[in-house]
Design a protein around this ligand. Structure first.
Ligand SMILES: [Zn+2]
Length: 458
């Protein structure tokens, strides 16, 4: 049973590539601009398109098959051989020891999409060289990105100090905004894995977070202190300073309170958090990072205000806003019964912004389940654990990113969110209205009594 693949204009039916011959490395065949409409009694639209990664297309197709199968098979068990075949494909394309490993020198394009001449003459030698610098063959893309940033944002920043102009400042701001997401998720991989380079190039691991981080809105090591040493310890629970559970997550005022608290108080709240847990070195270092950064920016602003505004101040404030908008989107939908379940306190997205451009950041539940999991392994891991995701009532969305999740929630646009949900497990078969009610229940503020009960905090 295949999914009805219809082009938006012609409604032409085309067979799925795996419907009769089993799975092969045919991932490109998924890359068709189509609107797949699963014939199910509610308006679910699954968009598979050329911008999704090969892995995302496979995962999405499997989930759509599940929905389609359940609709047509009247509750009979879904065939799982396709899942196994898909997992094998995903494992092979991300297994660096496999002959079928797909390298990832760029995030915007897959290697096989590139012009043959360019691929042979430029890309292959580059990948061979870069693989000697990064620890994992799959991480060549990080070196590419560091190259982009070093070649553009650093000279641009120096030139702004040398000769400031408003058009240049505006272009610098646009470039910084464009880099903010990918760089932050690159840094996310760096802080979780204690570096990305082989020992010979450890100096690069030590240098780039300070230099590029400062230009792209991160104070020294603060992301590591806040994210690895605090957020992943508290898991959005009551002691997480960026926890969403005490806020009504579809109310603008609540979001602004959440954002305002972070912007105004994180510099002192994070050191106090570490101090109260007797982690004095972390308390001191996190306070020193913030205080020295603020002092340096104050001094730079006094020396030359306009370039400092665009090179340091706007990137810092903008990055902190972006991080809170993103964190809200990642942890706004929290299960009302089991908010401390890692399957139920965050979501999974299958979309191009989060996964293609930000190194599979959409698989946030998979990341919280194992924060050391390599970014290329998330899709295969998701499919491997699919029955657990189904049983736990995890939430999976497609064709929407975290910023859009936050935006839609704050507009209470549950209709759009329900349309973007890919139902799994018991969610399959629910009506549109039931899905809307289900989502609404997961944005409700937890009372202190509920927090005490659910999180076992007396
Ligand atoms: Zn993380």
């Amino acid at each position: 049973m295949g999914i009805r693949h219809s082009t938006a204009s012609s409604n032409t039916f085309i067979a799925t590539p795996y419907s009769s011959h089993g799975w092969t490395i045919q991932t490109k065949q998924h890359k068709i601009h189509t609107l797949q409409t699963v014939s199910y009694p509610w308006p679910m639209e699954i968009h598979a398109n050329a911008h999704l990664t090969s892995a995302d297309n496979i995962v999405l197709s499997i989930l759509a098959e599940d929905v389609d199968g359940k609709a047509h098979l009247d509750g009979r068990e879904i065939e799982t051989s396709k899942d196994q075949a898909a997992m094998n494909v995903l494992a092979k394309i991300s297994d660096e020891d496999s002959d079928e490993f797909q390298s990832s020198p760029f995030s915007s394009w897959d290697e096989e999409d590139l012009n043959a001449w360019f691929r042979v003459v430029i890309v292959k030698p580059y990948v061979a060289w870069a693989e000697r610098i990064v620890r994992r063959r799959a991480d060549v893309v990080f070196l590419t990105h560091l190259g982009y940033y070093c070649a553009t944002i650093i000279p641009s920043a120096f030139y702004l100090y040398y000769r400031f102009s408003w058009p240049h400042a505006a272009c610098h701001w646009l470039l910084e905004t464009y880099y903010a997401g990918p760089f932050t998720l690159l840094l996310h991989n760096h802080i979780h894995n204690n570096g990305l380079m082989v020992p010979k190039y450890a100096w690069l691991d030590h240098a780039f977070p300070y230099l590029l981080g400062a230009l792209l809105g991160h104070t020294p090591n603060s992301y590591y202190y806040h994210h690895v040493k605090h957020h992943h310890v508290e898991e959005n629970g009551p002691d997480d300073l960026s926890s969403t559970i005490r806020y009504q997550r579809d109310e603008l005022f609540d979001f602004l309170s959440y954002l305002g608290r972070f912007l105004a108080l994180v510099w002192i709240e994070l050191p106090l958090y570490f101090f109260q847990r007797h982690k004095y070195a972390l308390a001191f270092k996190s306070l020193l990072s913030e205080a020295s950064s603020m002092a340096a920016m104050y001094w730079m602003a006094k020396y030359d205000f306009h370039p400092t505004l665009f090179v340091f101040l706007i990137p810092l404030i903008q990055m902190r806003i972006f991080m809170m908008v993103g964190n809200w989107g990642q942890h706004a939908l929290v299960d009302e019964i089991e908010p401390n379940s890692k399957f139920r306190s965050s979501i999974t997205l299958i979309d191009s912004q989060s996964n293609r451009h930000c190194f599979n950041d959409g698989y946030h539940t998979s990341h919280h389940l194992n924060s050391h999991r390599h970014w290329r392994d998330h899709p295969a891991s998701f499919l491997r654990s699919k029955t657990q995701y189904q049983a736990k009532g995890a939430l999976v969305f497609q064709n929407i990113d975290y910023f859009s999740i936050t935006y839609r929630l704050l507009r209470k646009d549950y209709n759009r969110l329900a349309q973007r949900l890919v139902p799994i497990g018991d969610q399959v078969g629910k009506s549109h209205e039931e899905i809307v009610r289900l989502l609404k229940a997961k944005t409700r503020r937890f009372t202190e009594e509920e927090i005490a009960t659910r999180f076992g905090k007396a």
